[in-house]
Design a protein around this ligand. Structure first.
Ligand code: ADP
Length: 573
């Protein structure tokens, strides 16, 4: 309706112009003042209603608004039609006065097509009031001119009305389309908001679950390591090793789920650094070989001579992909052979292919297995174990490296997984990874451990005491700051989530005090169950020097200590 009202307002200057033109160029107003001024007054009323509609129309309700619209149109169209009729009656077809009014009336009637497109009944009223009186007069007068005029006007009338109906329909359709479009957009927005909320909830849930699972797992794995490090009867040792092995498997599953959530969120950034490619492949071979021997199949391992010793890329992720493919190959094969082929392709690319002679994958499942949580055969996979995430992660990582992971397989014959990625040769020395940097830490370190979980405390104290370090244990960040004020320490080992004050806040406070009081910087290592995306960066940005996600191996703890407290003269990374 607002649209119709604003279109009506434009009529105001059209009608005002007719009245002015009539006074200026014709004798109408002088010859027939009562008709002229009567019509002019009527039209002025109509124009006033149009202006009123423009300003107050939005506040008027349905029936009243409808009446005002009809009045606005009636009060202008009826006198216009009457002037047109009178010009014909008083002056005849040949006179200028009639010509002027005909131009304006016919023009006005045609132009109103657009103005009244939103409301068909207003158009009918308007066109009828303008043209029908003169048409009737033409008919009544008869003769060639009268009849021709009447027929012409009738044709025009029919034409305008059919066009009006068509325009009105198009207008309504447009409105409808726009409304549907808007509704669809609103729906999409709602769905998007819901999906985003679900995603936030999922991430939060994952972070919490990860933290809650990691803490007790750290206890299990840590205590198993502590017990294994001591004297044990052979049978007990085997049992504890079984506990340790099972918890390692559990940790792998948990890490796979977390890794997938990172890859899925598109938050994995690949490194481009030199790494020892051939050595990495050899280490893989040594990992797979015992499994092959155990299950009684051959290991076909071919690495082209053209494959460089060192390459530039993300060695850790490449190893992860190959380990996953080889792990599957071993898992789903009972006889025959499992193999890896590495061949040089044109340019910097290497093609890596993992083959097996195992159970194979049905053709209709070959794409499905790259989806998260998908397994070709639920019963078979249950027998073999697995989360169904490995291939989804590997395929995404390969894509990030610019390649594509493909499979060709035949049931009962075996499978072949293959991908080609750019791995340019590097002449630089490889950057040592944290695993390689397992340098010795200085002996007899004075360490401050802030940890509220009793089991985690025992694990850390036992592992550290075994290396001859002195550990002071406190239960939260506030106590840690107090202890740091009291004594000198070589390093701080901090849990993050603790009552009263967390580890990160405590480290921040200590860094601020060191700065203020110009004191020696005490290195800090975070030992935390927060292992989600961005946690490491958050801690390192907060002034921490090392980060270990629970559960960790004893060696990782010693390596982290070596990094921040190396013996004199030993280079650290
Ligand atoms: P998981 O092995 O943990 O179940 P993956 O994503 O690595 O998860 O593999 C998904 C599924 O693809 C497996 O469960 C299995 O059905 C199928 N699959 C993968 N590799 C092989 C293979 N080499 N031979 C037969 N089936 C395989």
């Amino acid at each position: 309706m607002t649209e119709q009202i604003s279109r009506l307002v434009h009529g105001v200057y059209v009608y005002a112009s007719i009245l002015v033109v009539l006074v200026w160029t014709t004798p109408f107003a002088v010859d027939h003042p009562r008709v002229y001024w009567g019509c002019a007054a009527c039209m002025a009323g109509g124009m006033a209603v149009r202006v009123a509609l423009r300003f107050f129309g939005e506040r008027w309700n349905g029936a009243f608004l409808e009446t005002m619209l009809l009045t606005a149109v009636g009060l202008t169209s009826a006198p216009s039609g009457l002037l047109y009729l009178c010009s014909l009656l008083y002056y005849g077809f040949e006179d200028w006065t009639f010509t002027v009014l005909m131009i304006w009336t016919v023009g006005g009637a045609s132009g109103s097509m657009v103005s009244f497109a939103p409301t068909l009944r207003l158009l009918v009223l308007h066109v009828t009031l303008l043209l029908v009186p003169a048409l009737g007069l033409g008919l009544w007068q008869g003769g060639t001119k009268g009849t021709t005029f009447a027929i012409g006007t009738m044709v025009l009338l029919v034409f305008l009305l059919t066009q009006g109906v068509w325009l009105n329909r198009a207008y309504m359709k447009q409105l409808e389309d726009r409304a549907t479009e808007e509704a669809r957009l609103r729906e999409l927005e709602l769905a998007k908001a819901a999906a985003e909320a679900a995603n936030v909830a999922k991430s939060l849930f994952l972070a919490n679950m990860s933290h809650e699972i990691r803490t007790p797992m750290h206890g299990v794995m840590g205590m198993a390591q502590v017990v294994l490090a001591g004297e044990l009867p052979a049978e007990s040792r085997e049992n504890v090793e079984a506990i340790h092995g099972a918890s390692e498997t559990l940790l792998r599953v948990l890490n796979e789920i977390l890794d997938f959530s990172k890859v899925e969120a598109g938050k994995v950034e690949l490194e481009r650094v030199p790494f020892a490619l051939r050595r990495m492949l050899e280490e893989l071979r040594l990992t797979v070989r015992p499994l092959a021997t155990m299950k009684g199949f051959r290991l076909d391992w071919t690495v082209d001579d053209a494959v460089p010793e060192r390459a530039i890329g993300d060695g850790v992720r490449l190893r992860q992909i190959l380990m996953n493919l080889l792990g599957n190959a071993v898992k789903f094969t009972t006889a025959g052979a499992v193999g890896l082929r590495v061949a040089r392709e044109p340019g910097d690319a290497l093609r890596l292919t993992v083959t097996d002679s195992g159970i194979g994958i049905p053709a209709d499942k070959q794409q499905l297995i790259f989806e998260a949580f998908a397994q070709a055969d639920g019963t078979v996979s249950r027998r073999f174990g697995g989360t169904g995430l490995g291939l989804a992660i590997s395929a995404k990582l390969v894509a990030l490296m610019g390649g594509q992971l493909t499979v060709s397989s035949e049931v009962g014959q075996g499978s072949e997984f293959s991908f080609a990625v750019g791995l340019p040769e590097s002449t630089a020395e490889p950057v040592a990874t944290s695993e390689q940097a397992a340098a010795q830490e200085r002996p007899g370190l004075r360490l401050l451990l802030a940890e509220d979980n009793a089991v985690s405390q025992r694990v850390a104290v036992a592992l550290l005491a075994k290396r001859g370090h002195h550990v002071t244990v406190v239960e939260n960040g506030v106590a840690a700051i107090a202890a740091w004020e009291r004594d000198e320490f070589d390093a701080l080992l901090m849990d993050n989530q603790m009552p009263e004050m967390g580890g990160l806040d405590a480290v921040r406070e200590i860094r601020a005090r060191e700065e203020r009081e110009n004191r020696r910087r005490t290195p800090a290592v975070m030992l935390t169950a927060s292992a989600m995306l961005g946690d490491r960066e958050r801690f390192l940005d907060g002034g921490v020097d090392g980060y270990l996600a629970k559960p960790f191996h004893a060696d990782e703890l010693y390596a982290a200590l070596a990094k921040v407290a190396a013996p004199p003269g030993c280079a650290t990374q």
